[in-house]
Write a protein that binds this ligand. Structure first.
Ligand SMILES: Cc1cc2nc3c(=O)[nH]c(=O)nc-3n(C[C@H](O)[C@H](O)[C@H](O)COP(=O)(O)O)c2cc1C
Length: 482
């Protein structure tokens, strides 16, 4: 992105959506201006993509879960009734259509490491990176809903840290396929000799690990970025370590500047410990902006949105995120010292006292999650919001904000109309997109993974490469070699 005045970092925006109704604002699907029920209509997505590109957002981040929020009350009834991320549709299938109507917007697609074998998954993402001309990002999630694991035949999901160990190997396989199978000049399209691809330049990856055995080649040819931009959103100690090794964009969520500042500083320390620059990954904090032409109009709008928000829906989400059935507590109980096998960072965030030194109760977190999930809601005119964002960025060291909606596309339209012009005028927002791939736009160092990134170790000839020579393959040493 272009430099901004005074050497300050620009404030970057990502939009946060999901292929479902009301995403993280339970109850707001009842608002007359909300169009989230159009999630099944491809025009909703292409219109949204064009809007976000007009606002020079870095990307559209599409969340996903493959289970039902059935922790609250011990069943799925409340989630189904409230439309709490149920029904939910596939995020990947939206991308091609949005790519056709945009030139710069990035697409951060969420897929869990527990639900699909890495071999076909690698091909699908390679396909989308080609079709988007290198604008694909993948949000790596390890899952948190036991209901998802049960529908894959497991009694429960793996333990929290074990899910990350499994994800480590999942990524190892992907890096080998994306980075270590095809040489850049493998495809020769030599008409005279009748050679489409030079077989000597396509390598079997020879992976044999604890969870996966993938001996062969990647079946897709290298896409503009090879490895899509890796996004991550886990902030527990194990999650942060995983992010520091892999992530290029990190999404965090917390209710206060204090919580966010601690998380950001932990992440940046871990990035350095992993041999990377403290600022090698862009960090976006979840937030929702309710804005209008004046502070008064924005506050009126917020009050109106609140009247549609569902506290029960908020508790359905929070129970799923925390892995704790909050229906069994009194609404005035403090959140206390509970342990979680779901999202540990979510629990920790609410166990912290907030910026005013107040302890959170169950009711507080239900209300809090009623609009935009676990992040703060900023309310005010474009000027007020610009002040708030600059203040939160200065105090937390985030690179930008991952913007959830109260209603869609209304919330995003309001941000583009009222906030983006003020930030741009103040020299705090990119004036134009940098040409090129999503990775280059975000980090400015080219299309491919930087050399110090974990994935680069798996390049052919790199220290982590298990690529086999033609002789080894012919000698049948594919699996034996490990
Ligand atoms: C802003 C944000 C968005 C997330 N989006 C998803 C998602 O779409 N799907 C999912 O399964 N997990 C999602 N998560 C959960 C994380 O990927 C991760 O699994 C979770 O935070 C547990 O890891 P932790 O205990 O290390 O924080 C999200 C988390 C945050 C903070």
């Amino acid at each position: 992105m272009t430099a901004v005045d005074g050497g300050r970092r620009p404030i970057r925006f990502n939009a946060f959506d999901m292929n479902c109704v009301a995403h993280q604002s339970p109850g707001l699907w009842r608002h007359p201006d909300d169009q989230s029920h159009r999630y099944t209509d491809i025009d909703y997505w292409t219109e949204l993509a064009k809007l976000l590109e007009r606002g020079r957002f870095d990307g559209l981040f599409i969340a996903d879960v493959l289970g039902v929020y059935d922790v609250y009350g011990g069943d799925d009834v409340a989630a189904i009734r409230e439309g709490a991320q149920t029904p939910v549709a596939d995020p990947l299938l939206l991308v091609s259509a949005m790519a056709v109507v945009t030139e710069h917007l990035g697409f951060g697609i969420t897929t869990g490491t527990g639900f699909e074998h890495p071999f076909p998954f690698a091909r699908r993402l390679t396909t989308l990176d080609h079709l988007t001309k290198g604008r694909l990002g993948w949000n790596v999630v390890t899952g948190y809903l036991p209901s998802a694991a049960r529908n894959f035949g497991a009694a429960d999901q793996l333990d929290h840290d074990e899910r990350y160990d499994h994800a480590d190997e999942y990524l190892e396989v992907l890096y080998k396929l994306w980075e270590g199978s095809w040489e850049d000049d493998a495809v020769v399209r030599d008409v005279d000799r009748g050679i489409y691809t030079d077989p000597a330049k396509v390598h079997h990856i020879g992976h044999a690990g604890k969870h996966f055995t993938v001996p062969g080649i990647h079946v897709g040819e290298p896409s503009p970025q090879r490895t899509p931009v890796i996004y991550q959103a886990g902030a527990s100690p194990r999650g942060t370590r995983f992010a520091a090794e892999n992530a290029e964009a990190i999404f965090i969520a917390g209710p206060s500047k204090r919580v966010l500042a601690q998380t950001v500083s932990r992440i940046r320390d871990e990035l350095e410990a992993a041999g990377r620059d403290r600022y090698a990954a862009r960090i976006y904090a979840l937030a929702t902006i309710v804005t209008d032409s004046s502070d008064e109009a924005a506050h009126r709008k917020h009050e109106e949105y609140l009247s549609y928000a569902s506290v029960e829906g908020g508790l359905v989400f929070m129970s799923g995120w925390m892995g704790i059935d909050l229906s069994q507590y009194d609404l005035d109980d403090p959140i206390g010292d509970v342990q979680s096998n779901a999202i540990q960072s979510a629990v920790a965030a609410f166990q912290e006292f907030d910026d005013d030194g107040r302890e959170w109760t169950v009711r507080d977190i239900g209300r809090w999650a009623g609009i935009g999930g676990m992040g703060p809601v900023f309310v005010g005119s474009g000027e007020t919001i610009a002040d708030l964002l600059a203040d939160w960025q200065a105090d937390t060291d985030v690179d930008g904000f991952n913007l959830a909606y109260a209603i869609t596309p209304g919330t995003f339209e309001d941000v583009v109309t009222h906030v983006v012009p003020v930030l741009t005028e103040r020299g705090q927002y990119p004036e134009e997109y940098v040409p090129g791939t999503l990775r280059h736009k975000l980090v400015g160092r080219g299309d491919r993974l930087p050399d110090e990134h974990r994935g680069a170790r798996y390049r052919i000839g790199g220290p982590g490469s298990t690529a086999l020579s033609e002789e080894q393959v012919r000698a049948g040493s594919l699996i034996d070699s490990h």
